[in-house]
Design a protein around this ligand. Sequence first.
Ligand code: GLA
Length: 748
Amino acid sequence: MSISFNSVDRTLNLQTRNTTYQMQLTESGYLRHLYYGRRIPGACQARLITRMDAGFSPNPHHLGFQRSFSLDLQPQEYSTANIGDFRVPALIAATADGCYGDELRYVSHESRPGKYALEGLPCAHGGEEDCDTLSIVLKDEATNLTVELLYAVYEAEDVITRAARIVNNSEQVINLERASSMTLDLPYGDWQLIHFHGRHAMERQMERVDIMHGIQSVGSLRGASSHHHNPFVILCDRAAGEEQGDCVGIMPVYSGNHRTDIEKDQMDSVRVVTGINPDLFRWTLNPGESFTAPEVILSFTHQGLGQLSRNYHHFIRERIIRSTWNHKTRPVLLNNWEATYFNFDSDKILEIARQAKDMGVELLVLDDGWFGQRCDDNRALGDWYVNEEKLKGGLGKLIEGVNALGLRFGLWMEPEMVSEDSDLYRAHPDWALTVPGRLPAMGRNQLVLDMGRQEVVDYLYDIISGLLSKYHIEYVKWDMNRNISDIYSRVLPGERQGEAFHRYILGVYKLLDKLTTAFPEVLWEGCAGGGGRYDAGMMCYFPQIWLSDDTDALERLTIQHGSTFGYPVSTMGAHVSICPNHQTGRTVPLGTRAVVAMSGTFGYELDPAHLSDEEKEQVKVQIQRFKTWYDVIQNGDYYRLTAPGADRFMAWQYVSADKGEALLNVVVTHTMANMRGVHLRMAGLDPNANYRMEALVTEGSETILDMVEMKPRDGEDSYSGAELMYAGITLPQMGGDYPSVQIHFVKN
Ligand code: GLA
């Protein structure tokens, strides 16, 4: 069992393969945090926490004249407000008569093999062999509010998940004004913060900053986890790099309004509080009711950012994604969006499908525009019946045609939305989220359905399950193309309007849970204007998510780089599109576009009619190459070898679990005259093994790489892992714009 209680020093110890997480019950019954870091034997680390009489830090009344203990100076497991800890609270609760604050003290704890479940919320899964659960019950005597802190310890994965359940055991109403998932206090260390900001079509740009005194926050109030701040942060020590240094990852499993506050206090101690964004949030708990705060995935490593990422990649693949497609080979797809936008009919789609099939594509995705009067993006969302002017003979006939070519068929939908100009809106205007008496802000000329209403969820279930039952649809792309403003639910009373945002996302989860359970064979791909809801919550339902509406390969390098800190490439929808690129106007060689898109769930998003015969041949080869290397790309260990802007190229690498093969990828982002060749050091190989270059592919280069030059030494055809990693390799000079190289190494 990875969880133990030492009754002598009253410590609770959570042990994973390489990490230890320790808490302690104080004599007064407070639950304080002692340590999260590299694995140590179970010895109590209370010695680390100094007790002192610091001015203006209050002392609990019951300690009498003893002034050396203050909740304001003690590391907490779950921080609360108005009881003498002035740092960020995880919980702010007020009784109906206006009393704020909860002084939480220990009641009980229990541990058992297996994983706790969270009602209505997605979370990691695991059997009794995989993890152990710890539940700690804390209670505020004055109000009878209890908090159950939940921990699941995934020993082999170096992951601990946390969640909290708040129960109103009093006789009166209690209002939650903040109900975060967890507090993590790190009393020591010179930490920096890494977070992932962005915008539409430029998501998850990695930023590393010092932690200032005061509070820094990242979060979203957009009703979605957002393009703008991903729900994932890393705290790492100042010296941490890809291969060394302490790193703590904090990833909420949540797709709605989230917030992570990082506070550096008067003693330079760092507190992290994460969970549902407390702004525009208020939840009423009647006597006997409970509220569950979403799960957070924690991981620690002393082996740098690369190892932290690999911990998350593995965890998401093994414990978050539930889809039957998770470990199956995903089909190479062609999506018609950038090929046609709204301008298509059945003949056009079938012609695209025919040419796609010739190139080796396996799945044809029909994107936006197939339903109702959807001739542009100003109308018809909600009218999920086939537009027979475009699709003559109907959807069934089109699917038959696509299937007859030997391709699977997939369909785009945006279920959570409604256009003002739609039959659905005309029938149910009150289903849209709008504030009474105010005209709503429009986004892409559409409104958002109140997913917190059961009848909306039921209606959408009937519509979507009807389509999936009637037609042979093997893939669904589930989009969400605006953020939520004007939140107001017509089914909630005034005092409960603060629940509408969270009820929205609970409704989305309910619908996704029911649909993905009823149609497990469908490959569900998530999307929210690209990567606006690219988070661990969504990954519980969607094994892959369209990463960004930006398909420019050069820009994708930084989007994909940022995304790899928390998420495996098997979750990243990535397509080759036409050049000049529709978002940036840039031209990148077709081969390099494929090298970049191959580091994801690979596909194309173009009209093959715009490719020359020679380019079509290139595409055939790309698809074959992707299939050959599929396993090492999708299931291998991922290594970032460069950071955006740090050099004139980007490089990354995959290594199979047994270190038997590796795939090196390099894209030159800035070609210069008279420059020495790209030099880089590989990573993750077996230093004592010999690797031969089984394949070397160059794309878009005017200067052809000379295989003779790339030979290690005369008469030898292999390099040692040690020399590839420690001395590195140098590629000859490559000319032209954005050339790229892939080298496949296989152990001799
Ligand atoms: C969003 C998606 C695109 C495409 C369009 C269709 O922007 O991210 O891939 O599906 O919607 O309207």
